[in-house]
Design a protein. Structure first.
Length: 411
């Protein structure tokens, strides 16, 4: 039973939403974030990455950085760049990219559901990344980046969403610089809010699709406030989320580039790979893998199709994933990439960049190799989470990305 609730959203003034909305804070490194804010001081990134207000000599995690984030947020609310709804609402958030449309419900999810595994996870989190966002949330007194949650489609919820989209005028409708159209509609009717929240009580599980670090940080910041208030209930018991039916979502490929062949010549490496997979040079322009159980490889300015041999395939929800087969049988034993989370010789490239990027970037290295993966399915993600297991690092890439700054939840 999933517990979601309406909240009094703090939102950009309607005519500023397009310049305020920003990609998630962790999409950028510090140099990139600083350039974005310099080009557009109104960007919400100025609050999400407040170190952009300081020179490089200031530590990203310095006290004054978090204070700056707090001050910027509430100064802009006071100024009127943001407005707070008069009553608790739900919201529809629709994103359209290259003809793909997905519509989610913006609501607050329960930190207790997270703790009790009603909200399921499929990735580990890193303590250093958690500490940063815990301090950001706690210092600002607000959650500024929504968690991307998925659920198994409920036709009744879908029908309500479609009815609202037809019958209610959006408050925001703009296209961001990357070509994604963003549409926001307020759900302020009490009966509709109750109907939606009641239907989610019949939803057994929610799944974190993207934003594991933001979720863990929001939960821990909420627990800190709960303890400081003697266990008293408060807004901190819930965290900002956008909930999408699984049928709305599309996972893109998450590809790999290794900078060198670990001392192997291209011929020797290819020979070792042939022990793991049936290998054929690709003569056509169809370079992406066609199905689960295979990947394509860029080596020595040529593309190859790798079909993993039967003995390496398994029904295990984690070990049977293509990224696991690649990691366990090629990346680790042949290329010495034992820990892909920390090894600096491997890079992960979201499918949004395309295979041309893989080629050009791999060619930057004298003996690099790239692997283009078949996308993980929503079913695979659910199966791993339902089994209480964790996916290998960098398994899923979701597009389009939710924007920060369109919804703020004050705690």
């Amino acid at each position: 039973m999933a517990d979601i609730r309406a909240f009094r959203g703090i939102r950009p003034r309607w005519d500023l939403a397009n310049v305020i909305a920003a990609l998630p804070y962790d999409v950028y490194n510090r140099e990139e974030a600083t350039k974005v804010v310099a080009d557009n001081p109104m960007s919400f990134l100025s609050i999400d990455r407040a170190e952009t207000a300081f020179g490089p000599e200031t530590d990203t995690y310095a006290d004054e950085v978090y204070k700056k984030a707090h001050d910027l947020l509430w100064e802009r609310v006071e100024k009127g760049d943001f407005v707070k709804d008069d009553k608790p609402c739900l919201y529809l958030y629709e994103l359209e990219m290259k003809g793909h449309v997905q519509t989610g419900i913006v609501a607050c999810a329960s930190i207790d559901d997270y703790l009790n595994d009603v909200i399921k996870k499929h990735e580990n989190t890193r303590a250093d990344k958690e500490r940063d966002r815990i301090r950001h949330v706690d210092t600002c007194g607000a959650q500024t980046g929504p968690i991307f949650l998925a659920y198994k489609e409920n036709k009744k919820i879908t029908d309500i969403i479609n009815k609202i989209k037809v019958g209610k005028k959006p408050i925001n409708n703009f296209t961001s610089d990357d070509g994604v159209r963003h549409t926001v509609t307020v759900i302020d009717d009490d009966a509709t809010i109750k109907e939606i929240t009641d239907l989610f009580r019949d939803t057994k599980y929610l799944y974190i699709a993207d934003g594991h670090h933001r979720a863990a940080s929001a939960v821990k910041a909420g627990l800190m406030r709960r303890e400081a208030n003697g266990g008293k209930a408060g807004e901190y018991d819930y965290f900002l989320s956008v909930l999408f039916a699984d049928t709305q979502l599309s996972i893109m490929d998450y590809n790999r580039i290794v900078h060198d062949l670990n001392g192997n010549s291209p011929e020797a490496f290819l020979k070792k790979v042939r022990d793991i997979a049936d290998v054929a040079e690709i003569a056509t322009k169809v370079l992406k893998p066609a199905k689960r159980g295979e990947c394509t490889m860029y080596l020595g300015h040529k593309w190859y199709r790798l079909v993993f041999k039967e003995k390496y395939l398994t029904d295990d929800p984690v070990e049977g994933m293509d990224v696991s087969i690649l990691q366990n049988n090629i990346l680790a034993p042949i290329l010495d990439i034992d820990d892909p989370k920390t090894n600096e010789r491997i890079e992960f490239v979201g499918g949004i960049r395309g295979l041309d990027f893989l080629e050009k970037h791999t060619d930057d290295f004298d003996s690099g190799v790239a692997f283009a993966m078949y996308p993980v399915s929503m079913k695979e993600l659910f199966d791993v989470a339902d089994a209480g297991l964790l996916m290998p690092p960098k398994s899923t890439w979701f597009e389009p990305k939710l924007r920060s700054g369109l919804f703020i939840h004050e705690i």
